[in-house]
Write a protein that binds this ligand. Structure first.
Ligand code: XBP
Ligand code: MG
Length: 250
């Protein structure tokens, strides 16, 4: 196993409910829109990956009030840029911590010389800010490749982002393993040919994870054990490098 490729939102940190959703609502208010995405509404909108795509999906789904604009794509992009500023501010304020076990596994893999990479739908600035403020200043240097957002034409569940990261790493899917949190993410990594471990979260726990090599509730810590939801019944209590390698080797 040469590399572990991590998803970001929902995997490295629980960013959606109290992070991205709050940032979207702040951007909508700044723009004078009466749009408010509730936790329930946002859970439905998460079916569409990508913030700009999600705004367009909301417009088509709910037909909300908004000003007449001559270039809808440009208007959405501007609204989304404002949302990204708010999201980065939340990260800078330390509002969004890493999930249980993430720092531990990243550190173990880094110290063992395993290549680390990221394959995410989110905007690159969000990844940099998360690593800088939720992990440690300079943490971005631990990742050989960060594939994010609009770098590829098609977002998850398309495999584009994982194909891109594998190509940039110069590795085959068989030499790597992916860690994801959602059905869209798993569809993307499986289509790229990657063995995948899933750590679910509040928004994704009821989704279909057929094809995942292992599904856990979290990576876990020695005082906060993980639980196996799907896959092997190893006698492990945290997702560590040995378990990741064991899953990869099957
Ligand atoms: C999750 C996404 C992203 C975020 C919002 O990405 O679909 O769109 O919800 O971020 P992943 P942006 O799970 O692949 O990390 O608004 O920057 O898209
Ligand atoms: Mg995710």
């Amino acid at each position: 196993m040469k590399a572990i490729i991590f998803d970001v939102d929902g995997t490295l940190a629980d960013t959606e409910r109290d992070g991205h959703r709050v940032a979207f609502n702040l951007a909508f208010a700044d723009a004078g829109l009466d749009w408010v995405w509730s936790e329930e509404m946002y859970g439905r909108l998460l079916a569409v990956t990508g913030g700009k795509e999600r705004i367009r999906h909301y417009i088509e789904l709910e037909e909300p009030e908004y000003p007449t604009v001559d270039d809808l794509s440009a208007w959405i992009a501007s609204l989304h840029a404002s949302k990204t500023e708010h999201f980065v501010s939340l990260l800078q304020a330390g509002e969004i911590p890493l999930r249980s076990g993430v720092r531990r596994l990243l550190t173990e893999a880094h110290e063992a010389g395993v290549t680390l990479a990221i394959a995410t739908t989110t905007t690159p600035q969000n990844v940099s800010a998360l690593l800088e403020h939720a992990m440690f200043p300079g943490a971005e240097s631990w990742f050989k490749i960060i594939g994010a957002g609009d770098i590829v034409p098609n977002k998850k569940p398309s495999s584009d982002i994982y194909d891109y990261v594998l190509a940039e790493l110069g590795l085959s899917a068989a030499e790597c393993i992916a860690i994801e949190d959602s059905h869209n993410g798993l569809s993307s990594s499986l289509e790229a040919g990657l063995t995948t471990i899933v750590t679910v979260n509040g928004y994704t726990e009821a989704e279909d994870f057929t094809g995942a090599a292992l599904v856990l509730d979290q990576m876990g810590e020695s005082n906060d054990h993980c639980h196996v939801l799907q896959g092997d019944r190893e006698k492990k209590t945290v997702l560590d490098l040995e378990w990741v390698k064991s899953v990869w080797s099957r």
